[in-house]
Design a protein around this ligand. Structure first.
Ligand code: ADP
Ligand code: MG
Length: 975
């Protein structure tokens, strides 16, 4: 199906400033009739691929012409040359075919889709123009080139569609999502409301997204690792068209798919995948089309995925990610699987326990674990291999790689069965804390199979695929060349005809090899030699001095400076025999190879199933290795819906690796409780909260957890909000975003959710920030009953514990050691004192008078019940007008006196830094009578301040704007 661009020509173009040079270059569009046959062929391919940059094979290069050449030259940094023919001069730029990867990468990076126009006919055999066709369209989401794909990753292209004819029960707002990894054939399909689908998109993290007509716009949570939006033929999303496309993959698709939306998305994404693979029909290896419900996994909203740094380090703390910590896999299969698991932690208690069982067993059985690691170290990426085999793109080395992987299977079986393991040495390491469920030892016999159902099942799924293994071993040379058309690929003894041809070839070569000796003898010319060159083939060379002794049957072939070259009819005959046999043998080898590859391809599903088992085994043993080496413990899962989190000596899996002396902390959080966590900056609040969330994520992924003991409920959703100013690394954080993310929580969190609120409300002024924080905490507690951790620098929030049943306080403190302020990083019950900031100031060595004065002010403020803003002129006037507010009035009077005292005492102590500043601070009596001129100028600044569009500013812009305004105020004051 030809690619038809969507109606809006720039829709989905990744960058606005990109020149449009896809499709037919304007430079030849007008003169198509007059072009030479070759350029005309190029123009045809371009015209048929409107939204791609066509690379056109000319010999060993991929070339582009005219405007497209300029783009290729610029993006790939190659020289722009010129092609001149009878019809004119055309700019031309080319990239070498045998080293195309880096250039293709650059073009993809720049946002292009690249259509590969290959010569599909042997140039030597073509009469006239070589036939060319687009064999593949390379796009970010549909890569299959090994050089362009990162090992152990998944590379999805996703499609989203809205259904027009939803069945009963699914609201019309339902969005379908389908994602396919073209390299491995994995295909995921789901549907949900736009919010859910947005989350799923971030989880799947496709490289490329194509959207159907009317589909909502989705933004990646992290712009840096977002997807490329590409437009695609809108008709592919039609119900009927999509249905037809799906038929070869999923018989009776409308029965398999619950909503029209997902059927459309699935049909479109497969259409796109086929289009990029050269439109040769259905992709046979896309046989694992899996529908799933996002509710079957722990839902991590996009903000949580980002701020927990599961996969992407955002420079917020340690340099690693959780995935880095967990990844002790031994092959690409396992790495990809572990990645997928961590993206989708489970919610099914039994499934989680089953993984814990297996991890526990592998953690206990050191030799089994190490044996598995060794065996899997030789495994190749079967999922991608089988994709290449099925697409007919695999070479002989790929088949050998498959073979090498298959030979590891019997080893793995033996290891799992305990045969290769000295039972006595296989001591329990004791890493399993929850030994009661599952991992019961059965050590009667010296040799034992897997102890847990999970590993037993995996053991049974290890399919040796003997037939495939033997076929490859018999057919394919052990160290074959990359080229599959030039012989050396098929092993001797596999095919009689081939062997016969090779024998003929060999006999001919031997005959030639013997010729020199026999001819020397026959002619008596000792210096006679036999040689071969590309142009003339075999020859007999005789120096000029011996020409008189040349026999009659020698025919002259070539004259050199001091010698003549000859052939004889017998030599010529032999030569033809050799060349003919070699050519036929090469061709036959290719045929045989393709046949072997096709026979292997018939076992695609079994190979995929084996790949699945190997991937799981590797992922499990990675988790077991981490558990043993990281001193993790098996988490218990609580079934009682009342029970909450109980962690003893919990650690942050990533921070503990970089922090020299990590302080473990307990967590005791009943279901639905709200823990308000206070303490100075840098005292460990954020780390503590994240360590708890990560523990939950790890537990539900099937991993053991970094703690001494842990019991956790199974959460269904995990939310994380980080206050705007704490999230500057995100670059685009604004108060607006903070609030819209908070909105999501308040809508969606429930009793089975775990909610982390970190300094929420920080992105705005104190008064309303505090108000929002408090109101949010109350709502989470009263309405949502979500288990919540709330770190805040608003000390006032600690008061909630007094009037809310399930709210309690935790805090972090600091001490002074060797003259340095030290944060203990230890969480303790209760609220921090309201003046912890002052305490830290004292610890840091701020002079006593300032510390004392600060204490007074804090005390006054708390007794003044939150009237923290007394420094502002308006407040004082208001307070003065209110005869009822006695305490406030007293406070103000006292503050006045204190300020006067302070000035006196600082006059005496001249050495004290900052004394002048203290005196300059607007004291209430000054502020009481602002001069009219002073008031007018600030008013302008205030207006400007009010106009600032915070929602659209980055933190840096906001800082700059504030700085500006402040300077203006200072300028006014100077006048
Ligand atoms: P807060 O959120 O209170 O400002 P953080 O959680 O960001 O503090 O912690 C600040 C730093 O303190 C972290 O980057 C980490 O290096 C260190 N830290 C935090 N918790 C611990 C701990 N339990 N043990 C050791 N170091 C810790
Ligand atoms: Mg913090």
């Amino acid at each position: 199906m030809p690619f038809i661009p969507a109606g809006d020509p720039v829709a989905g173009m990744p960058t606005a400033d990109r020149e449009v040079v896809t499709g037919l270059p304007p430079g030849i569009a007008d003169s198509r009739e007059e072009l030479t046959p070759m350029l005309s062929q190029y123009a045809d391919l371009c015209a048929a691929h409107e939204d791609a940059l066509v690379l056109f094979q000319v010999g060993d290069f991929y070339e582009a012409f005219c405007e497209a050449a300029e783009t290729v030259a610029r993006v790939c940094e190659v020289t722009l040359t010129e092609r001149s023919d009878s019809t004119g001069d055309y700019p031309m730029a080319g990239i070498p075919i045998d080293n195309a990867a880096p250039y293709l990468d650059a073009l993809l990076e720049a946002g292009y889709r690249v259509a590969i126009g290959d010569q599909v006919e042997d140039a030597e055999q073509a009469s006239g123009l070589v036939d060319r066709a687009v064999t593949e369209v390379i796009t970010p989401g549909t890569l299959v080139e090994a050089e362009l794909l990162e090992s152990g990753t998944t590379n999805y292209v996703a499609a989203v569609a809205r259904g027009a004819r939803d069945r009963e029960g699914s609201p019309p707002s339902t969005v379908g999502l389908a994602a396919v990894d073209v390299a491995t054939g994995e295909c995921l399909i789901t549907a949900g409301d736009p919010g859910t689908i947005g989350e799923e998109l971030n989880r799947i993290a496709p490289a490329e997204l194509i959207a159907g007509p009317d589909a909502p716009a989705f933004e990646p949570a992290d712009a840096e690792r977002g997807w490329t939006d590409h437009a695609y033929d809108a008709s592919a999303f039609d119900h009927g068209v999509a249905r037809e496309r799906l038929e070869p993959y999923v018989p009776a698709p409308e029965r398999r798919f619950e909503t029209d939306a997902e059927l459309r998305a699935a049909g479109a994404v497969l259409a796109y995948a086929e289009y990029t693979q050269g439109d040769d029909g259905p992709l046979e290896y896309v046989s694992r089309i899996r529908r799933y419900d996002p509710r079957d996994h722990l839902r991590l909203d996009a903000a949580a995925q980002r701020s927990l740094e599961l996969f992407e380090n955002r420079g917020l703390g340690a340099s690693d990610t959780l995935f880095d910590v967990l990844d002790r896999t031994n092959c690409a299969l396992g790495r990809r699987r572990l990645n997928r698991w961590l993206r989708r932690p489970l919610v099914d208690v039994e499934a989680i326990r089953s993984r814990h069982d297996a991890v526990g067993e592998l953690a206990d059985r050191t030799l089994v674990r190490e044996g598995i690691a060794d065996a899997l170290g030789t495994a190749y990426d079967l999922e991608r291999l089988v994709g290449r085999i099925s697409r007919g793109r695999a070479d002989a080395r790929d088949l050998r790689s498959l073979h090498a992987t298959l030979t590891a299977v019997p080893d793995l079986q033996r290891i799992l069965d305990g045969h290769d393991v000295d039972a006595a040495a296989d001591v329990d390491s004791g890493a399993s804390a929850d030994a009661g469920s599952g991992a019961s030892a059965d050590v009667d016999s010296g040799v034992e199979g897997p102890r847990t159902d999970h590993l037993r099942d995996l053991r049974d799924r290890l399919d040796e695929l003997v037939g495939v293994r033997e076929l490859i071993d018999e057919a394919i040379a052990t160290d074959p060349p990359q080229e599959i058309t030039e012989g050396g690929v098929i092993r001797e003894g596999f095919d009689d005809d081939l062997d016969e041809l090779r024998r003929t070839e060999r006999a001919g070569r031997e005959w030639v090899a013997d010729l020199e000796a026999s001819e020397r003898e026959r002619t008596g010319i000792d210096s006679l030699s036999v040689g071969h060159n590309q142009v003339h083939g075999y020859y007999i060379e005789v120096t000029d001095a011996n020409l008189d002794r040349v026999p009659d049957d020698y025919r002259r072939r070539q004259t050199l400076k001091n010698s003549e070259r000859y052939y004889t009819p017998a030599l010529k005959e032999r030569e033809e025999e050799i060349v003919g046999a070699a050519e036929r043998a090469d061709a036959l080898e290719y045929e045989l190879f393709v046949d072997v590859r096709d026979r292997v391809a018939e076992e695609t599903e079994r190979i995929q199933a084996l790949a699945d088992a190997l991937a799981e085994l590797d992922a499990l043993s990675s988790l077991a290795t981490v558990a043993v080496e990281g001193d993790y413990v098996r988490p218990g899962l609580v079934d009682d819906p009342e029970m909450g989190i109980a962690i003893e000596g919990g650690r942050h899996p990533v921070v503990e690796r970089t922090e020299e002396s990590y302080v473990p902390n307990d967590a005791d959080l009943p279901r639905g409780a709200v823990a308000v966590i206070t303490g100075p900056n840098m005292s460990g609040k954020s780390t503590y909260m994240r360590s708890i969330a990560l523990t939950a994520v790890l537990a539900q992924t099937g991993s053991f957890v970094p703690a001494q003991a842990a019991k956790l409920p199974v959460f269904d959703r995990l939310f994380t909000r980080v206050g705007a100013s704490d999230d500057i690394a995100g670059g685009q954080s604004t108060f607006m975003r903070e609030m819209s993310e908070l909105t999501e929580i308040l809508h969606d969190a429930g009793p089975d959710s775990l909610v982390l609120l970190d300094e929420v409300g920080r992105g705005t002024a104190t008064t309303d920030g505090r108000a929002i924080a408090r109101a949010a905490a109350e709502f989470v507690h009263d309405e949502l009953s979500a288990t919540t951790l709330f770190a805040t620098h608003y000390h006032e929030l600690t008061a909630l514990a007094e009037d809310r049943e399930r709210v309690f306080n935790l805090h972090f403190t600091a001490t002074r050691e060797d003259g340095e302020v030290t944060f203990l990083h230890r969480v303790v019950p209760g609220a921090s004192s309201s003046s912890y900031g002052v305490e830290v100031a004292e610890l840091a060595g701020v002079p006593a008078p300032v510390v004392d004065r600060s204490r007074e002010l804090v005390a006054a403020e708390s007794s003044g019940d939150g009237a923290a803003d007394t420094g502002r002129p308006g407040t004082i006037e208001d307070a003065g007008d209110d005869p009822d507010d006695v305490s406030l009035r007293e406070f103000l009077a006292e503050e006045d006196r204190a300020a006067t005292d302070r000035r006196r005492s600082t006059d005496a102590e001249e050495s004290m830094a900052g004394a002048d500043d203290a005196a300059d601070e607007p004291s209430p009596d000054h502020a009481d009578e602002p001069s009219p001129g002073d008031a007018a100028r600030p008013a302008a600044v205030v207006d400007e301040l009010r106009e600032l569009d915070l929602a659209r500013m980055t933190p840096i812009e906001a800082l700059n704007a504030l700085h500006d305004l402040q300077r203006r105020l200072e300028g006014d004051a100077d006048r």
